[in-house]
Each structure stands twice: as C-alpha cells, then as structure tokens.
Design a protein around this ligand. Structure first.
Ligand SMILES: NC(=O)c1ccc[n+]([C@@H]2O[C@H](COP(=O)([O-])OP(=O)(O)OC[C@H]3O[C@@H](n4cnc5c(N)ncnc54)[C@H](OP(=O)(O)O)[C@@H]3O)[C@@H](O)[C@H]2O)c1
Length: 325
C-alpha cells in the first residue's frame, strides 16, 4: 500500500509517496481503507519539526483519517464496511491504517467522507475550547480571534449551538469579515488597522465585554483580548499563529477577576476518549441539522500530500485542504 512518508524534519517538500507493507491489525484493532483526511496547520508544524512532539523518523504524518473498516479483530470492533473517523497522533496519510477499534468513531449515514474529515480536528478543538475549557454557559458572549482560520471558523459556527448569545469574530480583511458573518458572527472586528479591540468589543456588547475569548493567535493580541473580558471571563489559549508566545501579567487577572486557560486537545484525545467521542457525535449531529458548514477549499489525491501540506503551511487559504483516496 502507498503512504506519504516523512524521512527528515525539513518541511512538506521532502515528503515522498512510498510503497510500504500492508498493515496487519492485531487483536482489538481494525484495518481502515483510506477515504479522506484533512490537512491541518498542526500537521504542517509536525513535518517541519516545530510541533510539541516529534515522532521518530521515518513516519507517516496526518492526525485524522476517515475510512471504511476493511477488517476487524475483536468483539468490540465496528462492522466491516462501516465508515468511521479516527483521531491519531500521526499515521493518517496512508491507503490503509491499522489502529485500535476504540479509536474509531462512527460517521452517521448522510455524511460523506470529505465532510466527515473536515468536521474532525478543528471542530473538536473548537468544541473543547468553548465548552470544556472555556466553560461557555447559555447567554454568554464569545469573541473568536483568528476567525478566518480553521479553528476560528469552527469556533464561530459552534459558539451559538453551544449556547452563546453574541458571537464576535476577530479578523483582518474584508473577505474574512464576510466569511465570518456567513459563519454566524454577529459582528466582525478588525484586529489590524490599529483599531482598539476593547472599544470594538464594548460597542458590540453594549459595554459588557465578552465572557469567553478563543485565542489561536497569541502575540500582542492576547493582551488586547484579555482587556475585552467581562468580569469572571475566560480566555482560552489555543495557539500562537500570530507569532510570539505572550507573557501574561497575573495582576491583571486578579484585578479584573478573569482567567486564562490552556487547551491541548490531543491531551483530551489521549486521556478522555469518551469525551472526544461525545463531542464528535455532537458535531456530526449539528452538521446533519444544517448548523455547521465546513468550508472545503481544495481536494487533492493522497499522492499530493506534500503539495497539500505546503498549501496549509503557507496559510491564507479561504477553506480547508483535504486528501482523498
Ligand atoms: N491547542 C490545540 O489543541 C490546537 C489544536 C489545533 C490547532 N492549534 C493551533 O491553533 C492555531 C491556529 O490553527 P488554525 O488551524 O486555525 O490555523 P490557520 O487555519 O492557518 O489560521 C490562522 C489564523 O491566524 C490568523 N493570523 C495569522 N497571523 C495573524 C496576525 N499577525 N494577526 C492576526 N491574525 C493572524 C489568520 O488570519 P488571515 O486569514 O487573515 O491570514 C488565520 O485566521 C495554530 O497555532 C495551531 O497550531 C491548537
């Protein structure tokens, strides 16, 4: 079977398509036939050696796979032919993958492989950021920074189904503003142009501020967003796409009665699989109700994994990049 293989932490361009031995599922495992996989920013970080974990070389990148069960060993395994989604640390970009049956979550009837893949990692991250870490309660206001990005767009779409009242999008272009409003934002706020974020948030919330900030950006935007929190508000640190890892002044947290929480979704995946399965089922149900709309920008064959990772690494895309089998 063919797989995308990384032999050196030198970035997407060194990925090669290799013929590898067929994986054989052990007891308690299933063999999946690849249908689709989303290519994500964390995948681009991994292959450049800039991610928090570095798998031993050579390895197959890819953190989410959607596929059909070809073979299954063990009573608890899903039925042959079933379509499932699995979240893994790496190894998704291969024609066939053997993995624990417990990692395979059902994809409901009515959801195609491409949509299922696009409803994976980023929607999971956004769901955990809003609910598990941000503690979003019904009627609260949410500000999503980096709202044009993969995690940001998912957070915008999920915020209202998870109970948010007003949903604000932090963006830096007119195209991103239009996309954010289409994704359910009540207002699009400029993060560039020197506009004061706190004043924009105050104007959009009747002076109250936001209860939850989803922050995939970091840099100076974290401090600016902290100043937008209502009393007892929470800022969830998701990533540092804007550059620097910011230092946070704890006296400000004390004076304003606000909190900063981190999200490492992969840690939830590994420690709390039942919670991840419940979130995935909720995400799929919301999609079937027409409340989520993943924006797919490019669909490429598995053989084009290097090109797909290069596109995602360069950024600025209006939607997701998928590999298809
Ligand atoms: N904590 C976790 O478990 C977890 C899970 C998944 C991802 N992440 C992290 O989350 C971050 C975002 O991932 P993603 O997949 O959403 O990335 P993405 O799709 O590439 O989106 C990046 C976003 O950042 C914005 N941006 C970049 N530089 C900026 C700047 N200087 N000022 C304002 N906005 C800026 C982009 O805006 P434009 O569209 O205007 O360029 C875009 O909205 C990454 O750091 C990723 O590693 C963390």
């Amino acid at each position: 079977m063919k797989a995308a293989l990384l032999t050196d932490y030198a970035g997407p361009e060194v990925i090669v398509l290799r013929e590898l031995p067929e994986p054989v599922p052990a007891e308690g495992e299933v063999l999946l036939g690849f249908e689709a996989a989303e290519v994500n920013y964390p995948d681009a970080l991994v292959v450049s050696g800039r991610y928090q974990t570095r798998p031993p070389l050579p390895f197959i990148p890819g953190k989410t796979i959607v596929g059909r069960v070809l073979d299954a060993r063990g009573a608890a395994a899903p039925a042959r032919g079933a379509r499932v989604i699995a979240h893994v640390e790496y190894g998704a970009f291969a024609e066939r993958v053997a993995l624990p049956a417990a990692a395979c979550l059902p994809v409901p009837q009515g959801i195609g492989a491409a949509d299922a893949a696009a409803l994976g990692l980023n929607y999971q991250t956004a769901h955990f950021a809003l609910a598990a870490r941000g503690g979003l309660a019904a009627g609260e206001n949410v500000l999503v920074l980096g709202a044009s990005g993969a995690v940001g767009a998912a957070a915008l779409q999920l915020a209202r189904p998870l109970g948010a009242a007003r949903v604000l999008a932090g963006i830096r272009s007119e195209a991103a503003a239009a996309a954010a409003l289409a994704d359910g934002a009540d207002a699009a706020l400029r993060l560039d142009q020197g506009a004061e974020l706190r004043e924009q948030v105050a104007a959009a919330t009747g002076g109250r501020g936001v209860d939850v900030v989803i922050d995939p950006l970091g840099d100076a935007l974290t401090a600016a967003a902290l100043r937008c929190l209502a009393p007892c508000g929470r800022l969830v640190v998701v990533g540092f796409a804007a550059g620097e890892i910011p230092q946070i002044r704890s006296n400000y947290l004390l004076v304003k009665n606000v909190g900063v929480l981190g999200l490492n979704w992969a840690d939830h995946r590994d420690r709390e699989p039942a919670r991840v399965a419940a979130a995935q089922a909720a995400i799929f149900a919301l999609f079937l109700e027409g409340r989520l709309r993943p924006r797919i920008h490019r669909r490429l064959p598995l053989a084009a994994a290097a090109e797909a990772l290069g596109l995602v690494a360069r950024g600025g895309l209006p939607g997701r990049v998928l590999l298809e089998g």
